[in-house]
Write a protein that binds this ligand. Structure first.
Ligand SMILES: NC(=O)C1=CN([C@@H]2O[C@H](COP(=O)(O)OP(=O)(O)OC[C@H]3O[C@@H](n4cnc5c(N)ncnc54)[C@H](O)[C@@H]3O)[C@@H](O)[C@H]2O)C=CC1
Ligand SMILES: O=C(O)[C@H]1O[C@H](OP(=O)(O)OP(=O)(O)OC[C@H]2O[C@@H](n3ccc(=O)[nH]c3=O)[C@H](O)[C@@H]2O)[C@H](O)[C@@H](O)[C@@H]1O
Length: 285
């Protein structure tokens, strides 16, 4: 199979820009981004996009109506897609086990149920949302529970590393793309399909392929290590205040050490919202 049609569930900060760049770089692929929110889709179809990211307007203008579509018709988009990104929100749980710390997977599970009910042909389902480890297994369980003859699924993990404010630059020139899949011939074939999409603009050496769980865990580990750096520099900031040192001078001095590097060393009162994800790494904890 060569992917000809892509559907993305979730037209947010990640789904919108990611699929716009895919549409730009893969003009032969039809990309449909769907959302339950009529208002959000209307904005994506207007001159005033729902989010501001440098460069996004130009990318959308170049592809919208050509091979990039924003729609609320998820039934058709799912039916015709060979590959489906799940790029829905994963907010922090507000009640129950893991309240205030764990990711709430209700939207991811809702998206999986939509696919299970609608799909009539084989699909590659790509977990793009940031999720706890083994979420791919939960998605597969939902899809398998609604088993239809002649319909099979491959689940891939393809976490997103973009940051708001630099989304287009991050998507066009990522440090790496990470794709995890099942360790089987069918799993490897699905991974190759997704690699083939990214290879339209990213060198193969920057596309890492792993097993599903390594990919899921790598995303959480990266978030945790970034959070740790901010936490460390914030602690140093307190030490600076009591010693008369200047935290920006200290950050510059330590950041010039190539083993440490200069990024993510700005002290602030920001709370890295994803720090909690490393504490709740597994589904159902
Ligand atoms: N915003 C960021 O900078 C980054 C976010 N992420 C992760 O990517 C995921 C998505 O994040 P955002 O795009 O920021 O979220 P968002 O809240 O901007 O967008 C998510 C969209 O999904 C829609 N949605 C929910 N359920 C749906 C369904 N069943 N079918 C269709 N649409 C549905 C919502 O209506 C919403 O518009 C999250 O897991 C987040 O942690 C990852 C990297 C960076
Ligand atoms: O999984 C997710 O949902 C996303 O979580 C983070 O996104 P976010 O939590 O929104 O955090 P960032 O915007 O990257 O930055 C966190 C905060 O730290 C602050 N920060 C950043 C860098 C720094 O040196 N110091 C500092 O205080 C920023 O101002 C910001 O308020 C990651 O950046 C995304 O790559 C990730 O995938």
């Amino acid at each position: 199979m060569v992917v000809q049609k892509i559907c993305c569930l979730g037209a947010g900060y990640v789904g919108g820009p990611t699929c716009s760049v895919i549409a730009l770089k893969c003009p032969e692929i039809k990309v449909t981004v769907v959302d339950m929110s009529k208002e959000r889709i209307a904005q994506w179809n207007s001159d005033k996009l729902p989010i501001y990211e440098p460069g996004l307007d130009d990318v959308v203008k170049a592809c919208r109506g050509r091979n990039l579509f924003f729609s609320t018709d998820y039934t058709n988009a799912i039916l015709e897609a060979d590959l489906i990104f799940i790029s829905v929100n994963t907010p922090t749980k507000t009640f129950g086990n893991g309240k205030g710390r764990a990711a709430d997977l209700k939207y991811v599970e809702g998206a999986a149920r939509m696919i299970a009910e609608i799909a009539q042909s084989n699909k590659i389902v790509v977990e793009k949302s940031t999720v706890p480890v083994r979420a791919a297994e939960s998605i597969l369980n939902i899809l398998s529970a609604n088993n239809k003859p002649g319909v099979s699924y491959q689940i891939l993990s393809n976490p997103e590393f973009l940051a708001e404010g630099t989304a287009i630059e991050d998507l066009l020139h990522p440090d790496r793309v990470l794709i995890g899949g099942e360790d089987s011939p069918a799993g490897h074939a699905a991974v190759e399909e997704l690699c083939g999409i990214y290879e339209h603009w990213i060198s193969r050496k920057n596309i890492l392929t792993t097993n599903t769980w390594s990919s899921e865990l790598s995303k959480l580990a990266a978030n945790a290590m970034l959070a740790q750096r901010i936490s460390s520099i914030n602690s140093l900031s307190a030490v600076c205040e009591s010693t008369g040192a200047d935290v920006s001078e200290v950050a510059r001095a330590i950041g010039l050490d190539s083993r440490i590097g200069s990024k993510f060393l700005q002290a602030s009162i920001a709370v890295f919202k994803r720090i909690s994800s490393i504490l709740f790494i597994f589904v159902n904890v």
